[in-house]
Design a protein. Structure first.
Length: 170
């Protein structure tokens, strides 16, 4: 009888440990504030929790990075769209300066990837300049494969590491 009770208690404890809390539909940002997004809801609004016109709003709605194909520094249509939103922010904030960091995945030599990262950062800079942003406000730097966003040796990780990241300079 005692073993049956202990078995029942153990089974209940095991099932209780397997239960989960309901998922929260909002997301917690870096500031700890909860925000919710309603992309594609058909309402034509985007609720991010960030103040419209702020860099945080740009990061949440368009992003601060553009991605590239393998061994390429050509901007994709999505990358050009992201940079266009960044250009809108920079036009609204004429004193703001930025650094564009060029990155590559782990394949290739260090020297090759530094040059590729430089070409990617320069491609993003040139697009912003073509949109009317002064080149004096934009610096570029290449990190090559030295600062991966994602660790891994598969296509999913490599795709996240082939990027140019826009960083605000205070």
């Amino acid at each position: 009888m005692r073993t049956k009770i202990l078995t029942a208690v153990a089974a209940l404890a095991f099932m209780a440990a397997c239960s989960s809390a309901p998922e929260d539909t909002g997301s917690t940002g870096a500031s700890g504030a909860t925000s919710s997004s309603s992309y594609g809801s058909g309402q034509g609004t985007v609720s991010t929790g960030a103040q419209p016109g702020s860099w945080e709003y740009v990061q949440q709605t368009a992003g601060d990075r553009v991605f590239f194909e393998l061994d390429s520094s050509s901007l994709t249509a999505e990358g050009r769209q992201t940079l266009s939103v960044q250009a809108d922010f920079l036009r609204a904030n004429p004193a703001q300066r930025i650094v564009i960091e060029g990155h590559a995945d782990e394949r290739g030599t260090r020297e090759y990837n530094l040059a590729l990262g430089d070409r990617r950062a320069t491609a993003a800079k040139n697009y912003l300049v073509a949109l009317g942003i002064s080149p004096d406000r934009i610096e570029t730097i290449s990190y090559g494969k030295e600062r991966p966003a994602v660790l891994g040796s598969d296509e999913a990780a490599w795709a996240q590491n082939r990027r140019a990241v826009t960083v605000l300079v205070n």
